[in-house]
Design a protein around this ligand. Structure first.
Ligand SMILES: Cc1cc2nc3c(=O)[nH]c(=O)nc-3n(C[C@H](O)[C@H](O)[C@H](O)COP(=O)(O)OP(=O)(O)OC[C@H]3O[C@@H](n4cnc5c(N)ncnc54)[C@H](O)[C@@H]3O)c2cc1C
Length: 438
């Protein structure tokens, strides 16, 4: 038997997914006196070992959502470079061109990311810290199957047969979002992500080994190596005990959406792809463990979601705009979504007291969110793909000219990092008022 929501109760929001966007949204909404429940399909917090870095704009948004988020991040982050003099630069270098004896010094391009702008962290450790400070319980082992809008709210059905009710539901359920599927329709291509024909080989290397082979300075700093049809990235993680190596390679084959996004691979496979590259890149690849993971890179570029909201159902983060990782900004754009939803639902919670008006107000908030957030987030999806083409010398304007590539990446990155947050909030309030008046 489902309890009916009383008009005077605080607004009740169900969040689907406890990845990055979901827990941050719960923290934000709690500051607005909104009651939240998170439903997550995993049986417990996943110990995802992958590294993740948050851009300057994402950090600013975190401070506005709930300043404790930055404390959680600081507790698990790994400094880039010397801890006494952290290095905030993203570094690029031509990893391919080399002289026969391969001794020529390469030009290193340095792009200032802003304070701590390239500080990575262990995803699982960050999530554990967030879960510790969550104002609500997480219902682990709850995989959403269906959502139905009913008078005054939504009813959710989970794969274990249980049901739950809320005023509204926000899908933060990632790249293979069920909420997006329910929102847009199961037969619609935009409901699913698509293979970008890039695979990422990922492996962790002990810092001692990396330092011995690459030198102290290089091993302790983030570095990206560009070249034809592929690129390699490495950065320190786990308080500089490990180096995270990611090698992106073109894959002309097919990768169905129902297939697992990752599979086992071997170092030989990666070494083959970089066999004619410069000595440094070959050394980086040689450091990889004999067996590693290969991840298929999916995104939503060809089939973007035409809307992020319908009625009292909304999607945010990767569920709305899954991006390839080449700007290192996918999660950061999700953090901007969180600030936008926190702001809008904060207005609803504070100003709208009766349940009938509340239902309309939530719809107006979701509609405003969709309209305001869609352009920027879809631009990031597109630019991220294009950044990959630039790194891999396929861009018609830049080709293999690293000077041009650097300028182009700088222009795009700065558009992501230097974001007018106040402007976004003003626009959201305006759109919300417009929808409410309709
Ligand atoms: C190789 C790689 C490197 C990256 N590096 C960076 C980086 O450095 N910086 C950056 O900003 N971004 C990076 N990204 C992007 C980033 O990982 C994503 O943007 C981010 O994880 C999205 O967070 P999310 O919470 O929206 O989705 P997710 O993190 O995918 O979380 C979704 C959650 O929903 C749950 N879920 C799914 N379906 C259901 C269901 N039906 N019912 C209940 N729960 C469900 C899942 O189990 C999961 O816990 C990278 C991505 C890749 C692939």
């Amino acid at each position: 038997m489902l309890a009916q929501l009383s008009p005077d109760c605080p607004l009740e929001i169900a969040i689907i997914g406890c990845g990055i966007t979901g827990p941050l949204l719960a923290l934000g909404l709690a500051t607005k006196n909104i009651s939240i429940t998170i439903y997550e399909q995993a049986p417990c917090p996943p110990d995802t070992g992958a590294g993740i870095a948050f851009t300057a704009n994402a950090r600013k948004c975190m401070a506005l959502i709930d300043p404790r988020i930055l404390d959680c991040l600081a507790a698990v982050a790994t400094t880039n470079g010397d801890p006494n003099h952290p290095n905030n630069n993203m570094r690029f270098v031509d990893g391919y061109t080399h002289s026969p004896d391969d001794t020529a010094q390469k030009k290193v391009y340095e792009l200032d990311t802003g304070p701590k702008g390239f500080e990575g962290c262990h995803r699982g450790e960050f999530l554990s810290r967030l879960v510790e400070i969550l104002p609500c319980g997480v219902r682990w082992g709850k995989r959403l199957d269906a959502v139905v809008e009913v008078s005054g709210g939504v009813v959710m059905r989970f794969c274990d047969g249980s049901i739950a009710r809320a005023d509204a539901v926000i899908g933060c359920d990632g790249i293979k979002s069920r909420v997006r599927e329910l929102l847009l329709g199961e037969d619609v291509p935009a409901s699913y992500p698509h293979f970008t024909h890039k695979v990422a080989y990922r492996g962790l290397v002990p810092m001692e080994q990396a330092s011995a082979r690459l030198g102290h300075e290089r091993a302790h700093n983030q570095q990206m190596y560009g070249g034809p049809g592929a690129h390699v990235l490495h950065f320190p993680v786990a308080q500089q005990r490990l180096v995270n190596v990611v090698a992106f390679v073109t894959d002309g084959g097919d990768w169905g959406v129902d297939r697992n996004l990752s599979q086992r691979a071997t170092k030989e496979e990666v070494a083959g792809a970089f066999a004619d590259w410069g000595a440094t890149v070959r050394a980086v690849v040689d450091l990889l463990p004999a067996e590693l993971e290969k991840w298929a890179v999916f995104d939503s570029l060809e089939f973007p979601a035409p809307t992020y909201a319908r009625g009292r159902v909304c999607i945010a983060g990767d569920a709305a705009h899954a991006s390839s990782p080449h700007h290192g900004a996918g999660a950061g754009i999700g953090v901007e979504d969180v600030l936008a939803l926190t702001f809008l639902l904060g207005i609803v919670s504070e100003r709208v007291k009766t349940s009938r008006r509340r239902a309309l107000a939530v719809q107006a908030a979701f509609a405003a969110f969709s309209v305001v957030r869609r352009e920027r987030s879809q631009w990031v999806v597109k630019s991220s793909r294009e950044a990959c083409e630039i790194y891999e010398w396929n861009d018609p304007h830049c080709g293999s000219d690293m000077d041009k590539a650097y300028e182009e990446i700088k222009r795009r990155s700065q558009k992501i990092w230097h974001f007018d947050i106040d402007g976004m909030l003003r626009e959201l309030e305006l759109e919300y008022g417009r929808y409410l008046a309709e």
